[in-house]
Design a binder for this molecule. Structure first.
Ligand SMILES: [Zn+2]
Length: 116
């Protein structure tokens, strides 16, 4: 029995046991990973459990994407406040707008720090 055949046999057994094939690749041998019923990732070729590195990477990318969205929202708010400030002549309202702008700028700074 060839080594490859054994691997295929093992894969078939895993599928029979309810494991599903994922689009993720094993970091060690690049063969497709299985997801066991327990949720763990398994490489049929290495015959060992694989830590979810790839998924972690996508997770981080998603977080960064969300931060960019949030940053754009804050920037739009800052522009809106700025427009109001230009037209506002009531000093009390102007003060409120200034403090709003101040907290928005603080948020923007925090977002930039999180992104880096
Ligand atoms: Zn492997």
């Amino acid at each position: 029995m060839s080594k490859d055949f054994k691997v295929i046999q093992h894969m078939a057994d895993m599928l029979k046991q309810g494991a599903t094939l994922t689009e993720l690749a094993c970091p060690a041998c690049a063969s497709p990973l299985f997801r066991l019923k327990t949720g763990q990732l398994w490489c049929a070729k290495c015959k060992k459990r694989v830590v979810r590195l790839k998924e972690g990477e996508t997770g981080e990318a998603n977080t960064k994407g969300q931060l960019v969205n949030l940053e754009n929202t804050v920037l739009k708010k800052i522009q809106a406040v700025e427009m109001k400030m230009r037209e506002e002549e009531d000093s009390e309202k102007l003060e409120k707008l200034t403090s709003t702008l101040d907290s928005l700028l603080g948020t923007l700074e925090k977002l930039k720090k999180l992104k880096s």
